[in-house]
Design a protein around this ligand. Structure first.
Ligand code: TYD
Length: 239
């Protein structure tokens, strides 16, 4: 749903699909055009939601059950939407969000086996009318994504980093999630665009821009971009 003149783009996909690289690339491309961009992520993105991030990713909430986890993700999302995303959209900012409501549909709903009505009710309360204008789904076979994610964490740490609560799960679970994202896209092709994440970083970045530009244009950012093309890039990072 459109809020103000802003544009809300969420990025979804399994582990190692390259979401953060592509978010950074898109943010740079838009900032170069003089568009105001906010990069954010879930779970987290606002102080209240970041407070819940550690509880969720460490697995500290796991023993209390999948319902409790789903409610915590929704609580974090509600705080993120009301304190950061909605005000940014109202002020005409382009919001790029690493994961959003579709991650809850997939991780808690499909592979967490929660009833669809439960997930739908939580989603309605958490997003409170703020849904992405565009959702980019970076699609990758689970084995490829997991191998990439592992290589990344091994390279980043002298001792290999421990996988988080969700990365620890079996490959079949990751493959099920991949299919669940594809099913969401098939049910909502207007909002969701699936991109093959095995392509080069440049090709993926180009494909994403092709989906974003017409939406920006519709909101009048084309004119802003032309006026400000000589101006300084404007990006903010919220983590
Ligand atoms: P994160 O470290 O942000 O990495 P990435 O997005 O690169 O995987 O991990 C977020 C984890 O939280 C990820 O495994 C998916 C999970 N998650 C849910 O289970 N439900 C949700 O609603 C969200 C937003 C994330």
């Amino acid at each position: 749903m459109s809020i103000g003149t802003g544009l809300f783009v969420s990025f979804e996909g399994g582990e190692g699909a390259g979401k953060s690289t592509q978010i950074a690339r898109l943010a740079e491309a838009l900032a170069r055009q003089g568009v105001r961009v906010l990069k954010t992520r879930e779970p987290g993105g606002s102080p209240g939601a970041e407070a819940l991030r550690h509880v969720l990713l460490s697995g500290a909430a796991e023993e209390f059950g999948i319902r409790m986890e789903a409610i915590l993700f929704a609580a974090a999302r509600s705080d993120h939407v009301e304190t950061l995303i909605r005000p940014a959209l109202v002020s005409g900012t382009v919001v790029l969000c690493d994961r959003f409501m579709d991650s809850s549909r997939v991780y808690q709903g499909v592979t967490g086996n929660l009833e669809p009505e439960f997930i739908t009710s939580l989603e309605r309360v958490a997003v409170n009318g703020v849904t992405p204008d565009l959702t980019v789904i970076l699609d990758l076979p689970a084995a490829v994504g997991l191998a990439r994610a592992k290589a990344r964490s091994d390279a980043a740490a002298s001792a290999p980093a421990a996988p988080d609560r969700f990365e620890r799960e079996e490959i079949e679970t990751h493959e099920k999630r991949r299919q669940a994202f594809l099913d969401i896209a098939a049910a909502d092709p207007q909002r969701c665009k699936v991109i093959d994440a095995r392509q080069s970083v440049d090709m993926i970045a180009q494909a994403i821009l092709t989906h974003v530009q017409p939406l920006l244009h519709k909101r009048g950012h084309g004119a802003v971009a032309a006026e400000r093309s000589a101006g300084r890039p404007q990006t903010e990072r919220v983590e």
